[in-house]
Design a protein around this ligand. Sequence first.
Ligand code: NAP
Ligand code: HSE
Length: 436
Amino acid sequence: MTENSTRAIGVAILGMGNVGTEVVRILTDNAADLTARVGAPMEIRGVAVRDLGKPRGIDPALLTDKPEDLVAREDVDIVVELMGGIDPPRMLIREALQSGKSVVTANKALLADYTGELATAAATAKVDLYFEAAVAGAIPVIRPLMQSLAGDTVTKVAGIVNGTTNFILSAMDADGSDYNETLAEAGRLGYAEADPTADVEGYDAAAKAAILASIAFHSRVTALNVYREGISNITAHDLASAKALDCTVKLLSICERIVAEDGTQRISARVYPALVPLEHPLAAVNGAFNAVVVEAENAGRLMFYGQGAGGAPTASAVLGDLVMAARNKVHGGRGPLESTYASLPIAPMGDVRTRYYVSMRVADKPGVLSTVAGEFSSRNISISTVRQEGAGEDARLVVVTHRAPDAALSETVAALEKMDSVLSVSSVLRLEGTNE
Ligand code: NAP
Ligand code: HSE
């Protein structure tokens, strides 16, 4: 495609599931408006699927089960990858970029590990690689970080970036809904990944954290650099204890610039379920909604909120990228390149200062409280509150600490687990969103 041409922009769509179906619908229903916005019509050249027999409601001649052939077509200018998984999308996107096609993808699992090689291929071929839909569904967060805040210094990006787990935790908190039934419902509503383990074990949120941290801190962060815990061990008791502390439980994704006293900087990227005080804005984010709070030296605090999962909201973000890529094909120009000049190192989780909530079943007898407290104080961890729940065989101690290095906290929990008077440590969660 030459610049300033007004011939149609050929679009290949790889995948027609939850998101792909909505992308095809919007491209078809809004064709006239989109043509006016782009300056040329966008025409679907083909749609790759696995199962050609499934009814799709589109011209069957557009369907193919050979995505590699579709990507190779000369009349395709932009490839929209909505298949999911690493292979074949990695190879297909690379092929597309190398042959001068721009790419739009929502594939966070792929981007978390391979943005480097794909961005290099895009830069070499002078084409666009856009992925707004990969993080937080409909919410514009990649473009604000990459472009609007390009002149500022981002210090923290934190929030709720997985719709499925937020849907589950909100339902469990609101009316004691069953974990497995709510997860199945998230699948039916098109929120969950093809393998929902990615959602509930925090892999999806970790992939998004890697993408956000890379952009925010101009460094290459991969999923392996992100500390990760999921929500599969969260119980109704945790939610009840959270309520008693005027908190709720959210799966948080936190990317932080840590500056040491000598001025050296490191990145912490981490995902875990945490207690969040009810008065914190993230506590009010329910269902499949996401929210991302960005803190920057000059902008201060910005909050982005909206639908974080589902076919139509995600397709909105895909269409935004598609229009940008198509405009660039028509009028010339390119989107921003990957920026990794800072190359900041990753701080291990043990160095991060967090607060802990520890719930344990204990022997209900004199002296237990002081021995438990001793384990914390011997590691220089200050306790904020201690509460006893139940009595006799049901006695529990719930300890909430002040901020301390995560390594010291997990060492303390390991020591508590070995104590005779501690029958079991039933739950350990971090507490976020407080000023202490
Ligand atoms: P999905 O419903 O599972 O759809 C995947 C589509 O890709 C299906 O149409 C499938 O074909 C097709 N496909 C898979 N492997 C293929 C192959 N080897 N060859 C040809 N076609 C293949 O997934 P989705 O929920 O739409 O998600 C798509 C992508 O968007 C994923 O990367 C996901 O992480 C990301 N994303 C999803 C959401 C969301 O809310 N769902 C939000 C943001 C980002 P069949 O239809 O024949 O099975
Ligand atoms: N499975 C993802 C979620 C889809 O629940 O957030 C949106 O990325």
